[in-house]
Ligand binder design. Sequence first.
Ligand SMILES: [Zn+2]
Length: 259
Amino acid sequence: MLAVIGGSGFYELLTDAREECVGTPYGDPSDKIMIGKINGKDIAFLPRHGKGHKYPPHKIPYKANIWALKELGVKHIIAPAAVGSLKANIAPGEFLIPDQFVNFTRREDTCYEGNSPVTHISTADPYCEHLRKIIIDNKNQLGSVHEKGTVIVIQGPRFSTKAESSMFSQIGDIINMTQYPEVVLARELELCYASICVITDYDSGLKENPNINSVTLDEVVRVFKENNEKLKRFLVSIASKIPEERTCECASALKGARF
Ligand SMILES: [Zn+2]
């Protein structure tokens, strides 16, 4: 089954929707998980921040969220996320499908805390390449899409200083507060994970760069709403293109990872 984490209003598209309350060893997920059908296929939806945006990025129960999805039989996760741009050529209103991250958060980030068995998963390529390919093959429906890039993940809830932003722009393309540890927890539980990042604005260090067109808040809100509609249509259209059988590395991430 495919799950979508985030992407506001997506659940409105589900037919025959039911709500599932799933308890986990890590407490409750952000919210009830909605399961319904799109074109006859079961799809799960979990609002990352909970209904009414009750969890800020640093308080999201990431482990419970991923564990609960696994428990329900989810194999693939597509995770839309709002991000800032660290590069002048990545503009608000565009999309980016990340293939790498650099983590600057300090959060619990493993389901294998005990010392038996000691588990070291590979995250050399942390995003599912098969899922990324399906998204990229259909990218024309989204408009302007960057096919790869590195997302810098910061702890939040505050935004970066100009000095931090300048440093981040040397190593990454976009910046966000929620990609980590979501992406690595999915890999630990052998789930496929890909993100569709929606660029909402330029990060603080770029705002005074003469090479960018500054955008007003009204513009940001307008673009975000427009993109959200595009994203909803996109998710509906690719849901049926994701195969049940998996041949990617994610499906056997624990093989050779234990001592
Ligand atoms: Zn995969």
